[in-house]
Design a protein. Structure first.
Length: 447
C-alpha cells in the first residue's frame, strides 16, 4: 500500500498562557499611584496620632522597594520621587532645619535608587526567561508533526499547547508514522516538569520514529521506546539528574475497523460516537507500567484490540486535559463532555474541545496539553482494499504470519490471532478473532 500524503497546516490553539499576557506591571499606573498615595496618607495620619511623624513617615522609604517588585521602572521612579519629596516636606513641617532633613532624605533617595535598579534587573531577567520559554515551546512545536494529518487509514487532527513557563513546561509529545505496517501513532507524557523533561520526551520521539518503520510488531516498537528511556535515564543518573518514567499509548491502524494499542500506564483513550450512547472510554484492560519501569512489573506488555468504526472519533490526550481546573479548583469533566460532542464533525472536534477548555479554565493554562482526534478515512474498513483477504499487503503487516512480507508469528509476539500463514491459510476475514468480519477486542502478550 503506498504511503504518501501531504500534511495540512497545524491546528494552532489561540490559547496563550497567563504568564505571556502579563505586562511588567501587575497594576495600571493610576491604580498603583492611588495605592501609594493612600499608603502615604495612612503613614502620615498614624505619625500624627502617635506624635512621631518623622519616624513613621520615614517608612515611606520602603514604598519604592515594594513597587519595584510588582511595577514597571516608570512606576518605581514616580513612587521614589513621591516618597522623597513627601518625606522632605514632612520633616521640614515639624520645624527641623535643612541640615537635619538632608541625611534622612538622602537615605530615602539612596534606597529609591537601589529599588529602581532592582526593578530594571527584574524586568530584564523576566524578558530573558520569557525568550527562553518561547524558544523551548517553539522547539517543541517544530519537532512535532503539523496537524491535521491524513494517512491512508486515518485522519488525525488535534491540539498541542505547551506552557511557556520554565518551571511548568512538561514533556507532552505525539507522533504519527506511515509505516509499511500501517499508521502508527504515539502520544506520551514525561514525568515531571521543566526543561529536563523535554530531553526525555525527545529521546522517546526519536526512538518511535525509527522503530515505527523498522519493527513489524507493535511490541517491538514499545521495546525500542523502553530502551530509549532506559538509556536516557542511565545518562541522567551519571549526570546527577533524576531519572524519569514516561506514560504512553502506542497504536497501529490498518485497513481493518480494529485498532491495536499497547498502553504503557497512560490515560485511557475515549470514543466520541455518532450517537451519545456510543461515547465513552475505550474498555481496555490494565494499563500496564510506564516506559522506564518495565523491570518492576512481573507481567509482560500486551497488545489489545478495540473497535474504531467509520463515523466515530478516537480521542488520545495527556493529563493536561483531565487535570485542567476552573477558577474554583474543579477538574475538567472530560467524560461528561463526550456525549455532548456526539454529532460534531471529526474535523471540528479538536477546535471545539480547545474552546471548551479555554472557557472552563478562564484561559489560564497550568500544564502542557496534547490531544489527538482520530477518525477513519471514509471508505476504508473491511473489504475496502485488496489487502483485506489472505496475504494482505504491506498495510496489514501487523497481522501477517511468517512467510509474508514484514510478518510476525502469533506465537512470537504476533499482533492478531488467526493471521494467515504463508501457504495461504485462513484469512482474518473468515470470521476469525480480530479479522475484518470478526469482533474487535481481546489482548495478546508478546514473547
Amino acid at each position: 500500500m503506498p504511503k504518501s500524503d501531504s500534511p495540512g497546516p497545524m491546528t494552532v490553539s489561540p490559547w496563550q498562557p497567563a504568564s505571556t499576557r502579563r505586562r511588567d506591571a501587575l497594576l495600571e499606573t493610576p491604580v498603583l499611584l492611588l495605592m501609594v498615595f493612600l499608603a502615604s496618607l495612612v503613614l502620615f495620619t498614624v505619625g500624627r496620632l502617635v506624635e512621631a511623624e518623622g519616624r513613621v513617615v520615614s517608612l515611606m522609604a520602603f514604598l519604592p522597594a515594594i513597587v519595584a517588585v510588582i511595577g514597571s521602572v516608570k512606576q518605581t521612579v514616580i513612587t521614589a520621587v513621591w516618597s522623597t519629596v513627601v518625606l522632605f516636606a514632612v520633616l521640614l513641617g515639624i520645624h527641623l532645619n535643612v541640615l537635619e532633613v538632608i541625611p534622612p532624605t538622602f537615605g530615602v533617595a539612596l534606597m529609591s535608587g537601589l529599588s529602581i535598579g532592582a526593578c530594571r534587573y527584574r524586568i530584564h531577567r523576566n524578558a530573558e526567561v520569557s525568550r527562553l520559554r518561547s524558544a523551548a515551546a517553539a522547539l517543541q512545536r517544530q519537532l512535532l508533526r503539523p496537524l491535521p494529518f491524513r494517512t491512508p487509514e486515518v485522519v488525525i487532527d488535534g491540539l498541542y499547547q505547551p506552557v511557556e513557563e520554565d518551571s511548568m513546561v512538561g514533556g507532552d509529545i505525539y507522533e504519527i508514522a506511515m509505516s509499511p505496517y500501517g499508521t502508527r501513532v504515539l502520544i506520551a507524557d514525561v514525568q515531571g516538569k521543566g526543561l529536563p523533561a523535554i530531553g526525555t520526551a525527545f529521546s522517546v520521539l526519536g526512538a518511535f520514529r525509527e522503530a515505527a518503520q523498522r519493527e513489524p510488531g507493535l511490541l517491538g516498537v514499545v521495546d525500542a521506546l523502553e530502551s530509549a528511556v532506559e538509556r536516557h535515564n542511565s545518562f541522567a543518573s551519571r549526570a546527577g539528574e533524576p531519572e524519569r518514567f514516561v506514560t504512553a499509548l502506542v497504536l497501529t491502524f490498518d485497513e481493518r475497523s480494529c485498532g491495536l494499542v499497547v498502553n504503557c500506564g497512560h490515560l485511557l483513550p475515549c470514543l466520541v460516537g455518532e450517537v451519545p450512547e456510543q461515547s465513552g472510554p475505550v474498555p481496555l484492560a490494565d494499563p500496564g507500567v510506564p516506559l522506564g519501569l518495565v523491570g518492576m512489573s512481573p507481567e509482560p506488555r500486551r497488545i489489545e484490540e478495540f473497535e474504531l468504526p467509520e463515523g466515530d472519533t478516537l480521542l488520545l490526550f495527556t493529563d493536561g486535559v483531565t487535570d485542567a481546573r476552573d477558577p474554583f479548583g474543579v477538574f475538567y469533566p472530560l467524560r461528561e463532555r463526550l456525549r455532548e460532542w456526539s454529532g460534531i464533525p471529526a474535523s471540528e472536534l479538536a477546535a471545539t474541545i480547545s474552546a471548551d477548555l479555554q472557557k472552563f479554565t478562564g484561559n489560564n493554562q497550568r500544564d502542557d496539553i496534547a490531544l489527538l482526534a482520530l477518525h477513519r478515512v471514509p471508505g476504508t474498513g473491511p473489504g475496502a482494499g485488496a489487502g483485506a483477504g489472505a496475504g494482505a499487503g504491506a498495510g496489514a503487516g501487523e497481522r501477517q504470519a511468517p512467510g509474508t512480507a514484514g510478518g510476525e508469528a502469533s506465537g512470537a509476539g504476533g499482533e492478531v490471532p488467526g493471521a494467515p500463514g504463508a501457504s495461504g491459510g485462513p484469512s482474518p476475514g473468515a470470521g476469525g478473532p480480530g479479522g475484518p468480519d470478526g469482533p474487535c477486542g481481546g489482548a495478546r502478550t508478546g514473547s
